[in-house]
Design a protein around this ligand. Structure first.
Ligand code: FE2
Ligand code: FE2
Ligand code: FE2
Length: 165
């Protein structure tokens, strides 16, 4: 990898993190009643998303959808097979309860992501059906077509799931 690509990759990671961080900060500002500060966090979050996307394009890291699906499957699979299990073990060993829960939620959901991506890759050119996805606001559980009665990962009511149309 060239120095430039290394720099772009590092900058992409930083911008992507800043995007999510500012989105979370915006929610916190709303909770505290600072609506204008919340707006600023949302605006900066949007700008960081633009930067992240620009870096990714400069890296030529966005391929065709088939290849992108394969990359997504590999990433999710690495997370639930190698990355998260080790992290969960370490958190458990340190008695870090909140970390263990957060990591375990993600670990459980990445398996579903890998499966959804796999099915999408298989049916990419043949499936004509159109349907929404539903995402759990607590654990990120992702399901297609309709929300479950209760979340199979965290147990929250299905009516809380967010629809992706
Ligand atoms: Fe930025
Ligand atoms: Fe995932
Ligand atoms: Fe959930």
């Amino acid at each position: 990898m060239t120095k430039t690509d290394e720099a772009l990759l590092e900058a992409f990671a930083g911008e992507a993190q800043a995007n999510r961080k500012y989105s979370s900060f915006a929610l916190q500002a709303e909770k505290e009643g600072f609506s204008q500060a919340a707006r600023l966090f949302r605006a900066a979050a949007e700008a960081e998303a633009v930067h992240a996307g620009n870096h990714l394009r400069a890296l030529q890291a966005i391929k065709g959808t088939k290849e992108n699906l394969r990359e997504a499957i590999a990433g999710e699979t690495h997370e639930f097979k190698e990355m998260y299990p080790e992290m969960i073990e370490a958190a458990r060993a340190e008695g870090a309860k909140a970390a263990e829960k957060s990591l375990s939620y993600a670990n459980a959901v990445e398996k579903y992501h890998a499966q959804l991506y796999h099915n999408m890759l298989e049916g990419l050119e043949t499936i004509k059906e159109r349907y929404p996805y539903y995402v759990c606001p607590i654990c990120g559980m992702t399901v297609e077509k309709e929300a479950p009665e209760t979340c199979p990962v965290c147990g929250v009511k299905g009516s809380m799931f967010r629809i992706i149309e």
